[in-house]
Ligand binder design. Structure first.
Ligand code: SF4
Length: 489
């Protein structure tokens, strides 16, 4: 299924105004995938490819204990290639789940209901805290949740919503709204306390990168005078505003394809009522800057372009141009995955695709591409996945918490100039960390395990408040409209 953004007007964004820098940029690493093999180009891709065929001893070691001790593993798509390669090769039925943050919390509950006695959450801290709180809420406080690191694992985006500046933004917007109705859309990648805090100030609804545009259009359709705030991802907020501005230039017939209740006038009104938080972003998607985009334009004009909704303007614009040619998508990690697999199913020609999101996606993506090529592909068909990162993208971090981070220390690596597409927080989850936790569980080292156990620091009251925005989003996903209670404090 394509994202709503992908379906956007074919007349969207004209390339004429773009600035091209004359660079002799080096080519990005890539992984060529055929039905039966992986051919890496560049050191970074070699490392990714190496772990697509995991160490079977490590797989067996983990898998045996997962089965015996009934331990579920719940991991985010952005885990490193070694870790993902091993856990996806485990055979414990329903025991290993890899997805985005929203699906992870739901799956934890399902895993426990199906008989697992403990859960290892591989992600950042707000994800393991969510899993703990939701399991408690569902009556499973006896089931321990473990991290694989004893260090705090942050997230620049979730932390942006924890800062006073986000609270001030919400208070200011509420004040500006006066007696007018107002609703706040909060991105799913935030902690439960942040959602509860927002809900205390303004009626709040959660959204994902896949449904944010639909949510904004639906709120305005149901409540035409409602002020709408969005946060904390500033690039996504800006990208949304750009889209809405573009819509105001489109004929009503075109606008109705995106929402039947809207026309030029209603979108202009929505735009006036819309604001977004301007101080938060994901450090990974932030790296898809102008330098990266110029390299793509120079060297990969023939490739499909995928971009996460959290990317900065230049990458967003490039992907939107490609959408006009049916050669790109903008959306969530799942939207990107679906776009590439659907392209693979629809042709027996080889093609290239730029992966405009965190590079950890490659494990799941490679496996799905190989399966698709085996079932639908032609004999010599290949799909080349291009990573917009440096060939030698590994460096030592001065941050003692992080140690080694993916990306060189300047230029096309982990720098504000662009390039690194790997989350250093997510990479704090390691195979050694998981092995250690699994071994301690196997040996019954309960005292040592306490250091890794996630404790619930969130009161029931906060959990209830924080779940309301999520329930409102779920209601919308199911019923295509928001319930009245979503607009009330
Ligand atoms: S990629 Fe890393 S920094 Fe970005 S939202 Fe995810 S966890 Fe946070």
């Amino acid at each position: 299924m394509q994202s709503l953004v992908t379906n956007f007007s074919k007349s969207f964004f004209k390339p004429a105004n773009l600035r091209f820098l004359s660079t002799a940029a080096q080519k990005f690493p890539s992984l060529i995938i055929s039905a039966n093999e992986y051919i890496p180009k560049g050191a970074y891709a070699e490392r990714q490819a190496e772990f697509l065929k995991p160490d079977l001893n490590a797989v067996k070691k983990i898998d045996d204990v997962l089965k015996q001790k009934k331990i579920a593993v719940n991991a985010h798509f952005y885990m490193d290639a070694e870790l993902q390669g091993i856990i996806t090769a485990c055979q414990t039925p329903n025991g290993v789940f890899i997805a985005d943050s929203l699906a992870m919390a739901d799956q934890c509950v399902k895993q426990v209901k199906s008989g697992f006695k403990s859960v290892a959450v591989l992600g950042v801290d707000f994800m393991s805290a969510n899993a703990r709180a939701i399991l408690d809420k569902e009556g499973f406080s006896n089931v321990p949740v473990y991290k694989t690191s004893t260090k705090p694992i942050g997230c620049s985006l979730a932390e942006a919503a924890e800062k006073d500046v986000y609270k001030s933004y919400l208070l200011t917007e509420k004040k500006k709204a006066g007696n007018s109705p107002i609703v706040n859309l909060i991105y799913i990648n935030t902690s439960l306390p942040s959602k509860a805090m927002a809900q205390d100030i303004i009626p709040t609804i959660s959204c994902t990168s896949a449904n944010v545009l639909r949510s904004v259009l639906q709120i305005a359709a149901q409540k035409p005078d409602c002020k709408i705030c969005y946060g904390p991802d500033s690039y996504m907020g800006n990208n949304l505003e750009v889209m809405l501005k573009h819509l105001t230039t489109q004929p009503d017939s075109e606008i109705k394809k995106y929402h039947p209740a809207h026309n030029q006038k209603s979108i202009a009104k929505l735009l006036k009522n819309f604001s977004y938080f301007k101080n938060g972003n994901c450090i990974v998607h932030h790296m898809f800057g102008e330098k990266v985009v110029n390299n793509i334009r120079e060297n990969y004009d023939d490739a499909y372009i995928t971009a996460h909704f959290e990317v900065p303007g230049p990458m967003f614009q490039l992907a939107m141009e490609k959408i006009q040619k049916n050669s790109g998508t903008v959306g969530s990690t799942s939207d990107i995955l679906n776009f590439i697999i659907n392209k693979a199913k629809s042709t027996d020609e080889s093609f290239k695709v730029v992966l405009g999101t965190e590079s950890g996606m490659i494990t799941k993506l490679s496996q799905m591409i190989q399966k698709t090529l085996k079932e639908h592909g032609s004999k010599n068909q290949t799909i080349e996945v291009i990573f917009p990162v440096s060939n030698d993208a590994v460096t030592v971090s001065n941050d003692k918490k992080l140690g080694i981070v993916p990306g060189v220390c300047g230029g096309e690596g982990c720098s504000t100039e662009g390039g690194c597409a790997s989350c250093p927080y997510m990479k704090m989850n390691t195979i050694d960390g998981l092995l250690h936790v699994v071994e301690m569980l196997n040996e019954g080292k309960t005292e040592e395990l306490k250091e890794y156990e996630v404790k619930n620091k969130i009161s029931d009251n906060i959990v209830d408040k924080a779940l309301k925005p999520i329930f409102a989003m779920r209601y919308f996903q199911k019923n295509k409209e928001f319930p009245e209670w979503a607009f009330q404090s």
